[in-house]
Design a protein around this ligand. Sequence first.
Ligand SMILES: C[S@@+](CC[C@H](N)C(=O)[O-])C[C@H]1O[C@@H](n2cnc3c(N)ncnc32)[C@H](O)[C@@H]1O
Length: 277
Amino acid sequence: MNYRHIYHAGNFADVWKHLVLVALLDALKQKDKAFCYLDTHAGIGRYNLDAEQARKTAEADQGIGRLSQHTHLPELLQRYLQLVEQCRAEQPQSYPGSPWLAAMLRRPQDSLILNELHPEDQQQLTELFKGQRQVSLRREDAYQSLQACLPPTEKRGLVLIDPPFEQDNEFKKLAEAIQKAHKRWPTGCYAIWYPIKDRREVMQLHRRLTLSGIRKILLAELHVKAAEQGVFSGSGMLIINPPWQLQERLQPAGEWLRQTLGQDDQAKLVLEWLVPE
Ligand SMILES: C[S@@+](CC[C@H](N)C(=O)[O-])C[C@H]1O[C@@H](n2cnc3c(N)ncnc32)[C@H](O)[C@@H]1O
C-alpha cells in the first residue's frame, strides 16, 4: 500500500468527486428518516495542503486552488466552497476529505461507517473522529467492508467507493465488488470514483456494469483536457440509484468547473445515463 491521498488532496478530481458527494448527501437529507453513509476508502478525513507531501505535487493548485476567488457561482459550488471554508476555519490551509464532508452534512440521526486500511491513515482518521457519536471506524479491505456492512440497518443511504487504483486489476475487482454489493443491497445509492487515464479500462468498467443487469446508473465525468493514453486527463463518478434531479443540480456546477479547471479546448463534462431506469 504505497498510495497516500495527501499527495493528491484538493486536485481537480477531488473537487469533482466532493462536489458530487455534497449533492448526494443533500439529497438524502430531503427525508427525515435516518441514513447511513459508508466510505469504503476513507483516507485521513482532512488534509493539510501546506504539508510537504501536498506541496511536493502541488496538485491542489490546479484544483481547489483555482476556485477561491470567484463570485456568481452556481448554487452547488457555493455550497461546496462554503464547506471548504468551514474546514479551513477549523484548521488553516486544510482541505476536507469525504469523511469530513459527510460528518459535516449528516444530522444527529444519521450514521457514518468509515473504513480505511492503511494503518497510519486509519490512526489519523480515528483521531479526527474521536468521541463523535454514530461514527464507526473500521480497518479492513474495502471490498470486505462492503460485504460486512451492507445492507445498513437504516435501509437507506450512500456508499462511496473511492479506490486508489494502485493495483493493475483494480477496475476488474471494482466491477465485481459493485455487483456483489448491489445484490446485497439493491436500493442503496452508490457513488464510485475512477480516474480517466487508461480509456480501455474505463470502457471495460462501463461495459461490465452495463452487462451486469444493474439499472439506473448515471455517468458523471469531468475531463480537464484531451484524452491521451496514460495521462490523467479527467475523472468520473458512476452513480447507481441517483436521487431525483441530481443531473439538473450537477449540470451548472459541472459546466462551470469545466470552464474554470479545463486545461485545453477538449475539456468536457459528461452527464448522462450509462444505464437508464
Ligand atoms: C483516494 S483515497 C480516499 C480519499 C477519500 N475517499 C476522500 O475523498 O477524501 C484511497 C484510500 O484508500 C486506502 N486504501 C487502499 N487500499 C485499500 C483497501 N484495500 N481497502 C481499504 N482502503 C484502502 C488508501 O490508504 C487511501 O487512503
